[in-house]
Each structure stands twice: as structure tokens, then as C-alpha cells.
Design a protein around this ligand. Sequence first.
Ligand SMILES: Cc1ncc(COP(=O)(O)O)c(C=O)c1O
Length: 358
Amino acid sequence: MRNFNFSAGPSMLPLEVLEKVRQGLTDYEGTGMSVMEMSHRSKPYQAINDEAEASLRELMNVPENYDIIFVQGGASMQFEAIPLNIHKSGKADYVVTGNFSGKAYKEAKKYGDMAEAASSADKNFTYIPRLNKSMFRPDADYVHICYNNTIFGTRYSEIPDTGNIPLAGDISSCILSQEIDVSKFGVLYAGAQKNVGPAGVTIVIVRKDLQDLANPICPTMMKWSTQIKEKSLYNTPPCFSTYVAMEVFRWLKKNGGVKWIQKINEEKAAMLYDFIDNSAFYSNSVEKPYRSLMNVPFVTPSEDLDKEFVAQAAKEGLLSLKGHRLVGGMRASIYNAMPVEGVKKLIEFMAKFEKANK
Ligand SMILES: Cc1ncc(COP(=O)(O)O)c(C=O)c1O
């Protein structure tokens, strides 16, 4: 039996993909072995690596002047890789809209003169600050944002205009969930474990003019150009995670790509927010224009009821609904692989719980 898993990540994968992966688990396409057991220098793996790159390029409409790499270290390693790779003046500006953008800022401070250009900490990260070019230092090497804030349930409603300053974006929790204009960014990065595949592989998309600016102290393994030159095969890559990602890309492409899934994601999010907004029992404190499509935090009138909600929901196969400790309450992460049916079942349960506890 499959449950509906609302975890913020690792999270659900499409059942169809899991079944496909299971089919090839002991014998991948007649090779007599699993992708887990296969040399990353072998022909079948080279084909997986090439297809994953080409499919992601197609799905995200990544322009020719960008390279895509599949690396290890999680999105967290990119918090440091960014200041180490884009190093001219040694200055960069950060927009702090939650936990992960705060962490990125903190890590970057080790490597240069970093400044907080704006923050939404004053209202517990329930909105995205209004940004304009004048808020950034003209000689900053880049401006860093986190496009979707997994813990606080916010997302940018538009991509900020940074003029000539390259924009670095953490898209860990929204990659492939909505159309994103890659050409507005200098670099984009995302851990896979939400919308792409199993944990272990991290996607980095880097514009060509930012590939040769690394600080000399940048470790070889963190230098984007190391992996770009070797097409993500400088050292042993996270083969199995990349393979599953390739299957997820096939699934998306077959069904109509990002446009298709974005529409479904908008429907799922609208259903859930509408229900919350029309209830006097549940609430979500995020300002409406900045509400995330992927992560929906909400509370009941009391912490005791929140606990009860999470426990009872689990008994009905609605799992991992506990909110992050920084926010409390509940959080429903409704990534690409969460079916509409899962959101409907959650709403039905919410209505039942409200009736019983009002
Ligand atoms: C927006 C965002 N950035 C970064 C991270 C950290 O990712 P990783 O665990 O891959 O280092 C997460 C993890 O949940 C996240 O949601």
C-alpha cells in the first residue's frame, strides 16, 4: 500500500518511476546488472548521464550559454561553492527569506565581504521583501536568493531585477514545479530530493561567463569548471540518483513537461489554500502573493490540536505533516509527485478533524 507522504524532502516520487526502476533493479536494460553496480565509465551509464543532462535542458529550456552539472554535496555545498566560484570583488549581496538563505549567507561570509541586502525576518519570514536594483552594491559579484522557502512556505512572485549583477538562485524546493526563466540567473542550484529524485545528486546550472572566476582556494571538487569539463564525470558521480532523475525527467516529458505539472501544482495549491482560507479553524500566515506552490504550512487553534492532527492524519495514511520546528504546526509539502488525490484526501481529513474538534 502507498501512503500519501507530505514530507519536505526526501519526498514522494511518481509511482510509475518507482515501478520502472524496480523493473531494472537487478538487470538494467539487458546489462545483467543494476545501475548501482555499473561503472560510471560504461556505455550504459554514459547514456544515462547524457540523457539526464539533455532532458533537463529541454524541460527547463536552459539556453546554450549555460552548462548543467550533476554533483554531490547537496544544495548546502553550493552555499560555499557560490562565493568560491564567483570571485571578482569578493563582495556579494544576500536576500534572507528563511532558514536556507540564512545558512547560505552565513557560509558565504567566510569567503568575502557579504552583505544582507534585504530580509523578511521582521515578520518571521512570512513574505518576500520588495527588491530593486538600488538595494544591491554595484560591484557585488552576485546577488543570492532562495526562490522557494521550504520551511516558511513562501516563494518569489517575480524574479528580482539585479541589473548586470549575476543572480544566484537556490531552487531546491521548486525546480521543475513551475516555469523558471533560466536566462534571468547566473547560476541556479537544487538538491534532488524533492522534485527530481533520490537524495545524493545536486543540480547546478551555470552561465558560461561565471565558470572561470574561482577563488584560488576553491577546492577542486567544488569548482564548477572541474565537473563542467568532465561532463559531471570528474570523479564517481551519484550514479543511481542521477539514473532515477533521468526517469523522472522522462515521466515529466512524456506527460507534457513543466507546463503540465505547473497547472496541476497550481490546482493542488489552490484547493488547499482555499480550504484553509475558508476555515475559521485552520490558518496560514503567509502573505497571499508570496504563498509557495510546494510547501503549505498551517496551524489549528492550539499546539495540542496540532499534535493530535499529525498523529491522527498518520493513521489515515497522510504522513510527515509535522511542521518544521522553526514554524510549528503542520506543513504539507505537495511536490510534483503528490497526486491531486492526496491533496483531496488531506482536505477531507482536515474537514473531519475540524468538525470533531471545533
Ligand atoms: C530551499 C533549500 N535549500 C537548501 C536545502 C539544503 O539541501 P541539502 O540537504 O541538499 O543540502 C534545502 C533542504 O531542504 C532546501 O529546502
